[in-house]
Write a protein that binds this ligand. Structure first.
Ligand SMILES: O=C(CO)COP(=O)(O)O
Length: 247
């Protein structure tokens, strides 16, 4: 049985005052039926981990460097995230693939670094609108998955998030059939690629909101969500968590 996961990606949002969201969520979900994760900007990780101590809320990073330490100004390593209290790290988000030219090989090296540090890697894949229009979605996603997944990947340390680039922050979502098709493809590839691939959790991400969460969570092979905008307000994220608990 795969335990469900509601993950919030705050992206480049959040100041100290926003840590109150953690209190609201821990009060609303003292013993949740799913895992809850928030990935705030790096500046808030340590303080959020302190605030979340004793609650069911896990804290994660949004990226890490592939080296454990070194002369890399401005970068943050996986051991640093773990040291700050993070348990997870998002890797290969399409915003990093696009804005920082991250390749599958780099994402794989980062995932290896995350695993060395004892972190769970949430590896993101997703097609652009042009790739979908060209009928290349499954090819693109299959290539990203096999290229980004390290040999160290197991169900205990790896989560895959399917985030269609065209659905991120747009209010548009794929149809249930489209999500089901991609998640079934990811599941089949994971079973081929790693031992215990059937137990790896598959998240959907892209314009998940309280109003569409229950429909999305009813789709086969959807084990949770990676939520952007709607994770910034505790009330919205809480409604999504409740939908996941009830799925
Ligand atoms: O990119 C996302 C999460 O990583 C999705 O963002 P939105 O939920 O804002 O569309």
């Amino acid at each position: 049985m795969r335990r469900k996961l509601a993950a919030g990606n705050w992206k480049m949002h959040g100041l100290a005052a926003d840590l109150d969201q953690v209190d609201a969520l821990s009060v609303a979900h003292p013993a949740p039926e799913c895992d809850i994760l928030i990935c705030p900007p790096a500046t808030l990780i340590a303080r959020m981990a302190e605030r979340a101590a004793g609650s069911a809320i896990h804290v994660g990073g949004q990226d890490c460097h592939h080296a454990d330490a070194g002369a890399h100004t401005g970068e943050i390593s996986a051991p640093m995230l773990a040291d700050a209290g993070a348990t997870h790290v998002i890797l290969g988000h399409s915003e990093r693939r696009a804005d920082h030219g991250e390749s599958d090989a780099l994402v794989r090296a980062k995932a290896e670094a995350a695993h060395r540090a004892g972190l769970t890697a949430i590896i993101c894949v997703g097609e652009t609108e042009t790739e979908r229009d060209d009928g290349r979605t499954l090819d693109v996603i299959g290539t990203q998955l096999s290229g980004s997944l390290p040999a160290t990947a197991r169900a205990q340390n790896t989560v895959i998030a399917y985030e269609p680039v065209w659905a991120i922050g747009t209010g548009r979502t794929p149809s249930a059939e489209q999500i089901a098709e991609v998640h079934a493809h990811l599941r089949a590839r994971l079973v081929e690629l790693i031992p215990g691939g059937d137990d790896v959790r598959l998240l959907y991400g892209g314009s998940v909101k309280p109003s569409n969460a229950a429909q999305i969570f009813a789709i086969p092979n959807v084990d949770g969500a990676l939520v952007g905008g709607a994770s910034l307000k505790a009330a919205d994220f809480s409604a999504i968590i409740t939908a996941l608990e009830n799925a």
